[in-house]
Ligand binder design. Structure first.
Ligand code: ZN
Length: 205
């Protein structure tokens, strides 16, 4: 009898195992403090585990939100507007999933509506939601694009992220000025070179 070959299981992005208690998470930070050679009981560090976990609540607040809620309200009164809607220089702060180090940058997002527009601040909220998770810049770019595609179904989307990664600045290769740029295009932006050129010109302009 031949053994059936099974494809390797693709791990889910979000764990289904129960979350540890806050005290357990704080204890893990105390362990880390001892690991680096510190005394977690000294005055300056006594409260650090609590503060670090609280900070992580903020860094990772995006796990408690979903794109459907953010993009639920759309408007159809566009007055016949059929051009691109570009929101550029949306600052974001995220954390790389490989080192938990921050990466900071700007997102430039454009979409060509097909009868549906969304509040401009919602686009910034969408960026924040995905940024406040453990990320790679590549996946962050894709997740923003996919959410806009799913909920707005526009004629085209252009997403560009530019970011500086602290795991490259303060450790490893120590490149302080390296900027990583990622882009994703769908629909008309994928087909039309001129539209893409216009996007780049507007982002740079
Ligand atoms: Zn990293």
């Amino acid at each position: 009898m031949s053994k059936k070959q099974t494809a390797p299981k693709k791990p889910k992005l979000v764990s289904s195992t129960p979350r540890p208690a806050r005290e357990e998470a704080e204890a893990a930070i105390r362990t880390l403090l001892a690991w680096v050679g510190e005394n977690p009981e000294r005055e300056g560090l006594r409260d650090t585990p609590r503060r670090v976990i609280k900070a992580f609540d903020e860094y990772c607040a995006g796990y408690n939100m979903n794109a459907g809620d953010i993009l639920a309200k759309t408007f159809s009164e566009t007055g016949g507007y059929d051009g691109a809607v570009l929101v550029k220089h949306i600052e974001f702060e995220s954390r790389c999933e490989h080192h938990l180090a921050p990466f900071l940058g700007k997102a430039h997002i454009s979409y060509i509506p097909s009868g549906k527009i969304v509040g401009l601040s919602k686009i910034a909220r969408l960026v924040d939601m995905y940024a406040r998770r453990l990320q790679t810049q590549e996946r962050l770019t894709s997740e923003i694009t996919n959410a806009l595609q799913k909920h707005l179904k526009p004629k085209g989307i252009a997403v560009m992220l530019e970011a500086e990664h602290f795991c490259m600045k303060v450790r490893g290769v120590h490149k302080d000025h390296a900027v990583t740029v990622t882009t994703r295009f769908t629909g008309e932006y994928q087909k039309d070179d001129d539209l893409r050129e216009e996007f780049f010109a507007q982002v740079r302009g």
